[in-house]
Design a protein. Structure first.
Length: 630
């Protein structure tokens, strides 16, 4: 109110009008702006600023409120947003309400659902914080209390925290900065994003390389191995620090894999993020031997064995969470290549809806998980999210009155109320031998990580026939290919028809970044393909799709690394074992015959599901073609 009165006084003075008329003019202007915003238009006033409407959907985020990891829900909000013109900024004062308004125009804020807390949520994804603001809180304190400064207005320091109700942290930050601290709640990922800005990975690694006066050569490494003197590679060596930096950064950038690749004149490091490899940095050739040896030591491999592939595992604690890295080395002409699969222990189990299963597919999978016995198979290539779907099924059906046992390679998510076991080929603890033991443990639900051979398939099908629910994966191109694959393994057709309930085929598409999403035209060569797929859809999906005529794409922004994508979403097809499908199985039908009949019965293919999601603005049509086009 005080700010409004000040504006009225200034208007009256500048215009020579009485205050009541200046107030009427101001109200008229705000009404016009409000009407324009309600219609979705922007209002730009030269020399003053720009008004626009900011829409934030309801969403769930993970944070550390009250000292415990928990999911919180942010309310959906639609608020006016004002960007001050650069010429006006020096004239703006710094009262508390103005300072907060300036912060909210640059950062997305939100309110927590079902909480009495006055603390607001702040979104820091993709934001770059100036060094002078970061300097207000020392890095050691920022990491200790998981609190990062993101704005400074006068004497007010705005801080994002995973636990803004931590009085000890609040007091320490206020004392260290000498400022009035205004706390906001934010996610662990956003805190990590800002913490990473205290230092840069490439510059850090360059300094590590340069700080080593003489890096060990390959010959020296071999000599060390022969002497079995591993003590030379310590936590303070450049190689150890480089490896530690790569492991930590891969987790914070949400990479699923790390590739350390020896080239002829350098070492290339790439991360696989959202299913796509991207180059992160290059290192000089002389650090190659030290890095590979360091990885081998951490994962308990033989450092003197460079001619054969090896496998191992590294576990670290990062931000209070356990992270496993499944390590594989492979000899190449330029040296040993190292690949590490990143496995987050704390990663939550996604629901069917979160994965992207919707409509007809959602109803189908919900019906199948309610059945008392039988087998559900999930198919797709490596890295298509099959294990995530199996975990979602288990999460849906688990309860205190059933015994669930899994046999995995490896255990990727830890789930309460589930007995999880991991195969170990070194001691002949395979899927087949482990499955035999599981069936002596009085299970109700059995999950087998993968059916790789006839023996495992036989045991799994017999378990499904004897009153158990069996969940597993199979490597085929689509859901219809699972049946011929089982037949090819030597399984009798009548056993398949008696035990198999459904087959889920899936792929993962990159999601469009919601911060830079915009309408995008369809390429002329894609129009006919899209039309053909829509015409083949069952009702009511066909009618809904025909009403849609817009596709979307990400323009590219800081939040998505200018890729236009953040995260991934699944596209699915679910084949139900109907009586006609069973009859085709008994006749040893081909994949195409099975799929043609399934489509007549209402199956939505992965390609069609992807097109429907492209219409919804979840992914691009190019992504659908990339993962699902024939």
């Amino acid at each position: 109110m005080a700010v409004t009165n000040d504006v009225v006084k200034i208007l009256a003075k500048k215009s020579g009008q009485p205050p009541f008329r200046a107030r009427a003019y101001l109200k008229g202007a705000t009404d016009i702006i409000g009407e324009c915003l309600a219609e979705g238009d922007k209002v730009e006033l030269p020399g003053f600023g720009e008004f626009k409407l900011l829409r934030l959907p309801a969403r769930k985020v993970q944070t550390n409120l009250n000292g415990k990891k928990q999911n919180i829900t942010l309310s959906a909000t639609t608020t006016p947003d004002f960007t001050v013109d650069d010429k006006l900024k020096p004239l703006v004062g710094q009262p508390t309400e103005v300072a907060e308004a300036n912060v909210q125009q640059n950062f997305r804020t939100g309110s927590l659902q079902n909480r009495a807390s006055d603390v607001q949520f702040i979104e820091l994804t993709g934001k770059t914080i100036p060094k002078e603001i970061l300097a207000q809180i020392p890095e050691v304190l920022a990491r200790k209390y998981q609190a990062v400064p993101f704005a400074l207005e006068g004497k007010t320091l705005f801080v994002g925290m995973t636990d803004p109700e931590n009085e000890e942290a609040f007091s320490a930050l206020r004392k260290a900065s000498g400022k009035i601290v205004k706390p906001f709640i934010t996610t662990q990922d956003d805190v990590n994003h800002i913490l990473d800005q205290y230092t840069s990975l490439q510059s850090d690694l360059n300094e590590l390389v340069e700080s080593s006066e003489e890096l060990e050569t390959v010959d020296e490494k071999k000599e060390e191995a022969e002497k079995k003197d591993d003590e030379e590679i310590t936590e303070t060596s450049p190689a150890a620090k480089i490896v530690a930096s790569l492991l930590k950064r891969s987790v914070r950038e949400k990479a699923s894999d790390i590739h350390i690749e020896p080239l002829e004149e350098e070492v290339q490091v790439r991360f696989r993020v959202d299913g796509v490899l991207r180059k992160v940095l290059t290192l000089p050739k002389q650090v190659q031997a030290g890095i590979v040896s360091r990885v081998k030591i951490l994962s308990n491999m033989k450092i003197d064995e460079t001619r054969l592939p090896q496998d191992g595992r590294i576990q670290i604690m990062l931000d209070g969470d356990k992270v496993d890295f499944r390590i594989s080395t492979l000899p190449t002409v330029n040296g040993e290549k190292v690949v590490a699969r990143v496995l987050m222990h704390s990663k939550g189990v996604m629901s069917f809806e979160d994965q992207g299963i919707q409509g007809r597919n959602l109803a189908s999978i919900n019906d199948n998980v309610k059945k008392a016995h039988g087998m559900i198979l999930v198919t797709g290539p490596t890295g298509s999210g099959k294990s995530t779907t199996l975990y979602a099924i288990i999460n849906k059906i688990k309860s205190d009155d059933i015994n669930i046992i899994t046999m995995e390679d490896p255990v990727e998510y830890r789930m309460p109320q589930v007995n999880q076991s991991q195969v170990n080929a070194k001691i002949d603890f395979t899927f087949a031998s482990g499955l035999r033991s599981i069936l002596r443990q009085d299970p109700d639900v059995v999950m087998v990580g993968e059916i790789r051979d006839r023996e495992t398939a036989d045991i799994a099908i017999n378990a499904a026939l004897t009153g158990h629910i069996v969940l597993s994966t199979l490597h085929t191109n689509d859901s219809g290919g699972a049946i011929p694959r089982l037949l090819d393994m030597g399984i009798e057709p009548f056993l398949i028809t008696s035990s198999l309930n459904a087959v889920v085929g899936q792929r993962l598409c990159r999601k469009i970044c919601d911060k830079c999403r915009q309408e995008a035209p369809v390429k002329p060569e894609d129009v006919e393909t899209v039309k053909t797929e829509i015409d083949a859809l069952p009702e009511p999906e066909k009618s809904t799709a025909k009403k849609s005529n817009k596709f979307y794409a990400g323009k590219g922004c800081d939040a998505c690394g200018n890729s236009g994508y953040t995260g991934r979403i699944g596209i699915y097809e679910i084949l139900n074992m109907s009586e006609p499908i069973k009859q085709l199985t008994l006749k040893h039908a081909s994949t195409s015959e099975i799929m043609n009949l399934a489509k007549q019965e209402g199956l939505i293919t992965m390609k069609q599901d992807g097109i429907l999601k492209a219409f919804q603005g979840l992914t691009t049509i190019e992504e659908v073609w990339r993962v699902a086009r024939d």
